[in-house]
Write a protein that binds this ligand. Structure first.
Ligand code: GLU
Length: 416
């Protein structure tokens, strides 16, 4: 049995499996198995107690053949170069699957923002942004929110580099506050995309969503919005979790009431009329639909045999290891892979970037309708490849994505 592989090992294995099937040129396969550019920075921040702490941050640009690097910045104690590289590679495939003109990037800072004051987080963000100057930019690499970062974080990055440039740089980052060139619908976009692909999967498989027992792991931006919108589609939410633990009631509950509880107590734990479960137990509870929307490597060779879900929709990036993939596939579980399932966020990021560049803003109806069209068409394209080539949905999504990136590499040719 595998020991849990690192995110980069997972990403490279997923890539190589599909790339070999595609039969692309060796040099392109070799190039895409590495990241184009990586920046590692250390920088000092004066903390609330007046002591200076040194932080380490990363930004990886996996590939820019199809357009500027695009992807979030996360703040977490487990951020590492390995993880950031993997996440940047997944962004390349994600942007290619949904056909938006971006490559893949990702960044992060090793820190625990839950243990920091908001002033400390702001200082760290502004200093990290300063360290990224010259490496990121509206035409080269465009950050966005990710784990433990949000619209406010993006506003600080945008303000910091705008002050240095001497003018306001709206398209520098996406996921900004709406008051600052952010897009309507961006905050909900990833969860909305998850609900769109879930509806498509259910339709194609002939599974009615009404009343199906559903588990969502993670109750951050992606998990909570997915839970709300799946609940609206009729799914019976029976369990959700956050970093502190999970809650379960086989009769189901209203996730928006759980959010009210979170606003008061900071956690889903102790929500009335539910039984406490751990994050590990949560994944193995009886359900038909499972949405992992937390971190990487949650479904592994160890727990996959005990997973009961018939359908898995990956709200998180990289939640399933290749061994778990094989086990789930053998059990006949239908899995909508991360690079398709959670692409709604970066799709509306693309809309935000376009709106900022044009200084012309769209209505929320327009944004949600365009998002639905892109998610539905992308699902259809991946489903079609899976049917035609008799492969699972992850392989199909990779074949589509790698094919598009490889074609861009091919027609660009080799400089000089
Ligand atoms: N962090 C999100 C993701 O993993 C969004 C990236 C973006 O909008 O650029 O897809």
């Amino acid at each position: 049995m595998e020991t849990t592989p690192s995110p980069w090992q997972v990403a490279v294995e997923q890539f190589n499996t599909a790339a070999s099937q595609l039969g692309i040129e060796d040099y392109i396969q070799h190039r895409l198995a590495e990241c184009e550019r990586i920046l590692i920075v250390t920088f000092p921040v004066r903390m609330a107690d007046d002591k200076v702490r040194i932080f380490t941050g990363f930004r990886s640009q996996h590939n820019t053949a199809r357009g500027p690097a695009k992807g979030g910045i996360r703040y977490h104690p487990n951020v590492s170069l390995d993880e950031v590289k993997a996440l940047s590679m997944w962004m390349t495939w994600k942007c290619a699957v949904v056909g938006i003109p971006f490559g893949g990037g990702k960044g992060g800072v090793i820190c625990d923002p839950t243990e920091m004051t908001s002033v400390e987080v702001e200082r760290m963000t502004r200093r990290f942004a300063t360290s990224l100057q010259g490496f990121i930019g509206p035409e080269s690499d465009i950050p966005a929110p990710d784990v433990n970062t949000n619209a406010q974080t993006m506003a600080w990055i945008m303000d910091t580099l705008s002050m240095h440039e001497g003018h306001t740089l709206l398209p520098l980052v996406t996921g900004k506050p709406v008051a600052l060139g952010g897009s309507l619908g961006r905050a909900d976009a990833t969860g909305r995309g998850v609900s769109f692909v879930t509806a498509q999967a259910a339709k194609h498989l002939g599974i009615p969503l009404a009343g199906i027992p559903t588990i969502v792991q993670g109750f951050g931006n992606v998990g909570s919005t997915s839970a709300f919108l799946l609940h609206d589609l009729g799914c019976k939410i029976v369990a959700v979790s956050d970093v502190y633990g999970g809650i379960y009631n086989s009769a189901g509950f209203d996730p928006r009431q759980v959010m009210e509880h979170v606003r008061k107590t900071k956690s889903v734990v102790n929500f009335p009329n539910t039984q406490p479960v751990t994050n590990a137990e949560l994944l193995e509870l009886p359900c038909d639909l499972l949405v992992p929307a937390a971190l990487e490597s949650q479904l592994t060779g160890q727990n996959a045999p005990r997973v009961k879900a018939k359908m898995i929709v990956e709200g998180a990036n990289g939640p399933t290891t290749p061994e778990a993939d094989r086990i789930l596939n053998d059990k006949g579980v239908f899995l909508v892979p991360d690079i398709l399932a959670n692409a709604g966020g970066v799709t509306v990021s693309y809309f935000e970037w376009v709106q900022d560049l044009q200084s012309f803003f769209w209505t929320e109806e327009e944004i949600n309708a365009r998002l639905k069209r892109i998610m539905d068409e992308s699902f259809e394209a991946v489903w079609g490849i899976a049917q035609e080539q008799h492969v699972d949905m992850r392989t199909a999504a990779y074949l589509l994505a790698i094919g598009r990136v490889a074609e861009a590499e091919r027609v660009r040719g080799i400089y000089p």
